[in-house]
Design a protein. Structure first.
Length: 87
């Protein structure tokens, strides 16, 4: 259980670092293309957007891996799939 908690915390720390670097990089790009200096509210909005995007991606990938591990993908009924050839 402790190893799992450490792994989750390391993943969370990695996501926070990625969000910080992405926010900083986007701010630099905004200034570089002539958008002007970003005010505090702009930085906050961008940080929330980047963090939300990373959190959504992390959550959806976790669900995909959980679904694969538990075999939910094998239980799908594909009989009505128009791209599937009839066997």
């Amino acid at each position: 259980m402790r190893r799992r908690a450490i792994r989750i915390l390391l993943s969370l720390a990695t996501a926070v670092v990625v969000a910080g670097v992405a926010t900083w990089g986007l701010g630099l790009c905004w200034t570089w293309i002539g958008g002007g200096a970003l005010p505090l509210h702009g930085w906050i909005a961008m940080a929330l957007g980047v963090t939300g995007t990373i959190a959504l991606a992390w959550g959806l990938m976790a669900l995909a891996f959980k679904s694969d591990r538990e075999g939910w993908d094998d239980r799908v009924d594909n009989r009505r799939d128009p791209g599937r050839r009839g066997d």
